[in-house]
Design a protein around this ligand. Structure first.
Ligand code: K7E
Ligand code: CUA
Length: 652
């Protein structure tokens, strides 16, 4: 969420009091109404949900997977975090995913998931997410539900207008929220204006493997680039970014970035820029950023540092970049399923501004300019405007679409979802949210083909909605039925971290492709073993490599002697199961990392550095069979100068 002015802050606290005082939520869930709502979210034991929903986890760094309409959480996918549940970010194989130019950065702030598309429709191959703080984009596989790739974004800071994709997943786009010196250098902050720049990064996605590579960065004026969405259909080839702080204030932004009556939506014709760079345009700039790729065949990630990036000066590509004036520090920037309407939600406003793509093209053609900003044409506001939604709410943020001609906009300050019609711009319904809603999500809502049955509102404030859990409450999502004329609130469910945006899709798009096991015969991990008979221990100086097998219900080897204080012991654990949902875990006393959870057919490595002489146990952490408690072993650790030979038992 963004800042809001002092006055609105006060109004907000008033409203929260109002809501908690009158307990509207309780009333809404009473009586006959609540029983029909209950039926609509009830998924009977053994039955499955109709939709997947992927909620961003904000400051948890993770992505959570839910079912709709039940609101049941299925999985938390670690992305920008260390996650002891699976060992992600702790295991030797996954640590390289979290490498950046700033070193190992095991945390980030994840805001906007977007599912890959083909011809503007969800194709269910990958989901892209952004890390805000140390700018990164990650790609998560929707077959393994694991993070497969993370690329760092140079010349960026506060990677917020990200990670949205174009309609054939040609690009995933990352825009900087904070402008910075480009290239970074030591300079006075009060010389921001005119000197800081905002990079909009277009990252090429390999159509077959999904691998990401920065194609170019458009180096824009030093505004704050807040959100973005791709054109689609007729506007495919364009990308739209909302901006604030077009004042280029460098201090007291709460006031100084709210001076201009209108900021801009920047319209970028990426096809034109792509053509320009394909013909040799742009300037190669030295850079330093990490590109981390996980290989499913070796079960291992590798990190490489990239040393240059191609930058584009927007004034060098005539006809490629325009600014659309948009009132009051727009936050959300959303494009309807037809690609015709670009919605700017001025977060300090009551109205929603809708621009027309056709009008924009006509205004460009007729050069209806209201001046220039750093050489970039500013289009005349009235010329590009399609309509204004007189919402009656306060603080519009984000808009989604149902594919039936309706748009749904969240209002943070007045805590509601407002349903309005495209083209008539009339409000047709509004429902309160509890409380202070940020994003909302309709499955497929950011595509040509939304599935307009439910909308999920993700709320910033929980207060009295659940049993209290001390000062810290989980955030709260709410699901509404939007199949009828009026929205109907069905259910509340708690979320992890702070969800911002979410992405959803029909369950059938993913269910069939969801991987059940990793095949052992395809395991190319250099320390994997194909069978327990290959289990062994090898010493290389102070490094000891244990090639370990797990199968219900034993480790091979289970007892190891000849380890010394000062050794680095690598447990390379291969899970020899080939059944769905039979992981084994591994934990060793005094390990400085976490446990690891190893999926069938997979190999994972944990490093253990024994500090004390003794006989130390390890065990399986996942209750894998009736004899799970027997799944254990010992390591004998001798003094550094001991002459005890390496030996191990293979459980004969
Ligand atoms: Cu509005 Cu980061 Cu998309 Cu939060 S953002 S709500
Ligand atoms: Cu293997 Cu418990």
């Amino acid at each position: 969420m963004k800042r809001f002015t002092l006055q609105i802050g006060i109004a907000l606290s008033g409203m929260v009091l109002l809501f908690s005082g009158c307990n509207q939520g309780g009333n809404a869930a009473n009586g006959a109404l609540s029983s029909s709502a209950a039926e609509k979210v009830y998924v009977a034991p053994g039955e499955q949900d109709e939709f997947y929903a992927f909620l961003s986890g904000g400051y948890s760094g993770n992505l959570t997977v839910y079912g709709l309409p039940s609101g049941r959480m299925f999985k938390e996918i670690p992305v920008f975090s260390q996650f002891p549940t699976s060992g992600y970010g702790y295991s030797e194989e996954t640590k390289p995913l979290l490498i950046t130019s700033h070193g190992f950065i095991p945390w980030d702030d994840l805001h906007h998931p977007d599912i890959s598309q083909t011809n503007g429709e969800l194709d269910g191959r990958w989901i892209f997410v952004n890390g805000n703080n140390t700018p990164r984009i990650a790609r998560v596989s929707l077959s393994t539900f694991e993070t497969e790739e993370i690329i760092e974004i140079p010349n960026s800071a506060g990677n917020h207008s990200s990670s949205f994709i174009t309609e054939n997943t040609e690009y995933v786009v990352a825009g900087t929220r904070f402008s910075v010196p480009v290239p970074q250098r030591d300079m006075p902050i009060n010389e921001y204006k005119g000197n800081f720049k905002g990079a909009l990064t277009f990252i090429n996605v390999d159509p077959e493997h999904g691998h990401m590579d920065i194609k170019f960065q458009v180096i824009m004026p030093g505004f704050n680039y807040d959100l973005s969405h791709p054109g689609r259909g007729k506007s495919h080839g364009w990308f739209f970014f909302s901006t604030y702080n077009t004042e280029e204030a460098s201090t007291l932004q709460e006031v100084n970035a709210s001076q201009n009556d209108k900021d801009f939506i920047a319209a970028i014709n990426w096809k034109k820029i792509e053509e320009y760079v394909n013909n040799g345009g742009g300037t190669e700039m030295p850079a330093n950023y990490a590109h981390n790729v996980y290989d499913e065949s070796t079960h291992m990630a590798r990190s490489t540092m990239k040393k240059k990036v191609l930058t584009v000066d927007p004034t060098k590509v005539p006809g490629a970049v325009f600014l659309l004036p948009t009132p009051k520090s727009p936050h959300g920037c959303d494009v309807d399923p037809s690609g015709q309407y670009i919605i700017g939600a001025g977060k300090l406003s009551a109205d929603i501004t809708v621009h027309s793509f056709d009008n924009m093209l006509a205004a460009i053609e007729a050069e209806k300019y209201d001046g220039y900003a750093y050489g970039i044409p500013i289009l005349n506001f009235e010329e590009v405007l399609a309509g204004v939604v007189k919402s009656g709410g306060l603080g519009p943020l984000h808009t989604e679409f149902d594919g039936k001609g309706n748009a749904y906009t969240t209002f943070f300050i007045s805590s509601e979802v407002v349903k309005w019609q495209l083209e008539t711009w009339q409000v047709v319904d509004r429902k309160p949210t509890f409380y202070s809603v940020g994003h909302l999500m309709i499955p497929g809502g950011n595509s040509r083909k939304p599935f307009g049955k439910y909308v999920v509102a993700m709320n910033k404030i929980t207060k009295d909605r659940y049993l209290p859990t001390g000062p810290e409450m989980e955030h709260s999502a709410q699901i509404y039925d939007i199949s009828g004329e009026k929205m109907e609130l069905l259910y509340d469910f708690p979320t992890h971290g702070e969800p911002h945006y979410a992405a959803g899709c029909p369950a059938d798009l993913l269910r069939q492709n969801s991987k059940k096991i990793y095949r052992l015969d395809e395991n190319n991990h250099p320390y994997s073993i194909k069978s327990p008979v290959d289990a062994r221990v090898e010493r290389e100086g102070k490094d000891v490599h244990i090639y370990m097998s797990t199968i219900r219900s034993h480790f091979t080897p289970d007892n190891i002697e000849g380890i010394k204080v000062g050794d680095r012991v690598y447990f390379h654990v291969t899970n020899h199961e080939q059944d769905f949902d039979v992981p084994h875990g591994f934990a060793a006393i005094g390990a400085n990392t976490s446990e690891i959870l190893v999926m069938p057919g997979q190999t994972k490595t944990i490093v253990w550095e024994p500090k004390q002489v003794g006989v130390w146990p390890f065990y399986c952490t996942d209750f894998c069979s009736a004899l799970h408690q027997e799944m254990q072993g010992y390591v004998r650790v001798s003094p550094t100068n001991s002459s005890i030979e390496l030996s191990w038992s293979v459980g004969e």
